[in-house]
Design a protein. Structure first.
Length: 250
């Protein structure tokens, strides 16, 4: 596979910035601030109208773990089928069993519903019990990409496992390095791991355009200002793209 710079976005504006910065592919989600949940269909359609690079859609019915109830899994089934039908280039999914192993049966159901579009196993991989057994299972299922930090909070600390995963996978599935990625991290990790795919949000905080501000009335997570907006930083994407091109070729 060719080198990939994937940017995770949750708005039309961020998607446009990511493409301008040189992203190879987008991962589209909602609620990036809590790790991403399934996006709205109209958000997908608006992004599809405005960018020309592939879009993979993160499908996650809620924040939290990856052990889903029957209703949550039915929602996932519907979302995979719906976004594949809308023209998504891929879906980003992951389901675990209570013991921390990949739920191969449920994953197979979702993959069948995707109708041949690309399949990324998301960072459920990073909280699975056995990364090498999960890698083998993902390969058998036909997963083409695994997004991972090397089972660490930040990929910069996961270099040894990432190196082993890249070697073990042989490029299929492609190991997509994420969590804390920027240009400097790419330059540090790529030679150590041999990875040729990196995933980042490249977020910056933009100040709200509101002139009137009633403080102390949070609408969401405590400690997160209602007057700060996360957007993709085009310059940070461009710097990451340059770093990856220097190491892996354009």
């Amino acid at each position: 596979m060719a080198a990939i710079l994937e940017v995770c976005v949750d708005s039309v504006e961020s998607a446009v910035h990511a493409e301008k910065g040189g992203a190879t592919r987008l991962e589209l989600c909602a609620d990036l601030i809590i790790g991403g949940t399934s996006p709205d269909e109209d958000l997908f359609l608006m992004v599809r109208e405005r960018v020309n690079i592939p879009i993979r859609v993160l499908l996650r019915p809620r924040f939290g773990d990856f052990l889903y109830s029957a209703d949550e899994f039915e929602l996932l089934r519907r979302q995979v089928k719906r976004f594949a039908g809308l023209g998504a280039d891929g879906v980003v999914i992951g389901v675990l069993q209570p013991d921390g192993m990949l739920d191969e049966q449920l994953m197979a159901e979702l993959i069948a519903l995707a109708g041949g579009c690309g399949i990324t196993l998301h960072r459920a991989f990073d909280v699975c019990r056995d990364p090498f057994a999960t890698l083998a299972a993902a390969k058998e299922l036909g997963v083409d990409t695994i997004l991972t930090s090397g089972q660490k909070a930040c990929c910069a600390d996961g270099g040894e496992l990432l190196r082993r995963l890249v070697a073990q996978s042989g490029g299929s599935p492609q190991i997509l390095v994420g969590a804390g990625v920027n240009a400097e991290v790419i330059r540090a990790l790529q030679p150590v791991t041999g990875a040729d795919a990196f995933h980042l949000s490249a977020k910056r905080v933009e100040n709200s355009r509101m002139s009137y501000r009633r403080e102390g009335v949070p609408m969401g997570l405590p400690g997160i200002s209602e007057f700060e907006i996360w957007r993709c930083d085009e310059a940070a994407v461009r710097a990451a793209r340059q770093a990856l091109d220097e190491l892996c070729g354009p």
